[in-house]
Design a protein around this ligand. Sequence first.
Ligand SMILES: [Zn+2]
Length: 381
Amino acid sequence: MNALDQQRVGCTAILISMNSSLRRGTGGAATNLSRAPLREFPRAHLITLPTPWEVGYVQVYLIESEPLTLIDTGVKSAASHSALSAALDCLGYGLEDLQRVILTHYHRDHLGQAESLRQAADHLEICAHEQAVPMVEGFSVERDENLEDAAALVREYGVPRHAIDSMIAERERRIRSDPALCEPTCVDRVLRHGDAVEFKDFALEVIHSPGHTAGHILLQHAASRVLFSGDQILGGAVPNTENYYLDELPDPRDPLRRRPRFKGLLEYRHSLRKLRRQSFSAILPGFGGVVRVPDRAIRDALLYYEVRIQRIERSLRSVTAIGQSVTAYEIWHSLFPNDDPATQMRTRLLMVIGALDVLEELGQCVTVRRDDGVLLHRHAE
Ligand SMILES: [Zn+2]
């Protein structure tokens, strides 16, 4: 577990690589375009666009039909803009020919240049899931980070003051030094699970698939069984899952009166288990080339988190065996003793909190509140 390899995609999206490195798309010989990489659905072209982050190139897709549609947009940067323009040019189009953008989710490497494309293409229709709309239309790095709530969440899960302060200082430093690479844009069409995104002679079905984010969607082409997966399923990597407070009042049935949260890992598990029951021919993801064995990618992603949930369950069991309970922070610290709280704690601690959410749902974790408000956990046994 200590060997987890994390790679930044943006401030909130961190991919956890399962291989030594992520592949950089399939690419054309001299361009960032892979024409019709799937025989099953030749109208889809894969375009790789640069990001300034360690993860490298994000994959977006041009669907060559009426209306001419782009799935995700890349970050807002000159390099990304000219790379997209060059790929479209190879296919005989200009940015002004785009008629529709479908966003799989709101992260900067997917939403980033949507508004710029609207400036280039008259009457461009931008589509996003209803739960993604608030962030698409109101995006800012500060809002995405929401440091006040992030601090409150980790405090509730036992992180000491000095570690919270160093984590927040590091996040503030990143916000100041990291260009936004994204701007908000209006959503013209709000998508919901089961909607059909129509083309001239076929449609893509919208599958709401929360986990990586709350409003993440997948798009399925029913005839070919090809799935566009955004960051929910990746080639050779597993996405992180979000975990944050919702703007809702506590559930009166919860004796601990906890603030409702978006529990990304819990949702991710449910979402992928539903997908496991389907049979896709191939997956076109946001990173990692083309996934040609979808069943294995879905199974591997589930297994990746299952192994970590079980490790956290064992850790809970061992402290319970000696009559103690433990905070999420203490679990994180025992699993990752060499991590720097400022730079490495957040993602892994959120995974521990996500695992405790799963174990609580499975009836394997009992949570109580200490006098100082911190949550303590023990195994239900
Ligand atoms: Zn993402």
